[in-house]
Design a protein around this ligand. Sequence first.
Ligand code: MV4
Length: 459
Amino acid sequence: MKRDAGKGLFKKILIANRGEIALRIIRACRELGIETVAVYSEADTDCLHVRFADTAVCIGPAKSAESYLDPKRIIPAAEITGAEAIHPGYGFLAENADFADICSSCDLVFIGPPPEVIRALGDKVLAKKTMKEADVPVVPGSEGGVVSVAAAKEVAEAVGYPIILKAAAGGGGRGMRVANTPAQLEKAFHTARMEAKAAFNNPEVYLEKYLVNPRHVEIQILADEHGNIVHLGERDCTVQRRHQKLIEESPSPIMTPTLREKMGKAAILGAKRAGYRNAGTVEFLVDSDGSFYFMEMNTRVQVEHPVTEEVTDIDIIVEQLRIASGEKLSLTQDQVKLSGNVIECRINAENPDTDFTPSPGMITAFHPPGGHGVRVDTHVYAKYVVPPFYDSLLAKLIVRGINRNDAIAKMLRALDEFIIEGIHTTIDFHKKVLADPVFQSGTFDTGFVEDYYRRTKSD
Ligand code: MV4
């Protein structure tokens, strides 16, 4: 549904999510005078999003498929409470084009891009084609999917080994296979297709030259419904483990003003070509020589959005709400200014000593850090019981310093103050990484976490 110009902001929206992001959205709504409807599962009756929203509706049992993932339970909650729009947050239904379609047919605004844009960018082959048409650099590889071993081998010879096979319906690292030789490629082709079929019910795979240990740098963009698009600089998300981001920062240690302008322009051109609306993120791989290549576009607000909020002083959730209600962007590209260095550590309910296995249970003591330049986005409180059903993010600790060393010192100080007892968390892991000379040098790549464990195994 497209709203009439001049209708103003929404009066009431429903938040189809839980945890810290539900709280984050409620906060933005409160500041804008928008009423909020929370939805919650039977496992989440004691959650703060239920308490802080103006209205809360129980939508089903603990299992996500029967609550947060079920449009048949969420849409009626919006209808009964008179919400005009739905904010999906991240995860759950956030990148589900069918859900965005259902919203629109029920006269509810989906706070995000149009369904056909979500669908097109969710197809990684089509997304890559769209970016190529917009002159955004893409990794050399197959034009579209590869349908046979022979076709794959032909493309591999042309771009050179090593190569990577990726699922067209995949993303975020699921369904990928690397091959160094034609023999490996033959095997990888069949397993990649089988995995893709099993995971996404779509066996289509495409082939790219494999960049060895690149960096992950993503550009945040905002696009309104009037054709205006700005970028808010980059986030460096190179510190990951098994495709789970652990630390994000902005500016990227490898960024230069020239490279930022090039990547920002590329992100905007790609978003324009895709017909993008609302907040989005264009992910790039950056090679050791500074070449960058489109990887995928995320059509939702991301976990790490506060990094950009702190470095630009722009409230991304407020912008999402304004854009979705038909307002123009509140700023032009030359008004976007980056200031200082921001780092975010994801504090998860996981045990780093047992391969980051989940650690649900009661938090017996809780004290978040504070002070100058410290932000904590969390839904956790003392005696809160972390349920085993959802993702393990407990808190995002975000600090801002005048330079990178200052931000690292602040993060180490804040991590020292952070008390979470009763369950395992990633706090101590972050303390070790932030004190690591390789992390401090800023010269790491996506092999960093694995390499860190190799280097420090003896202690
Ligand atoms: C790649 C790559 C190297 N070369 N593509 C991982 C997530 C998924 N979106 C794509 N990924 C990669 N794609 C080419 N052509 C290496 C990765 C990759 C990676 C990328 C970003 C951050 C961490 C990573 C860890 C392993 C592999």
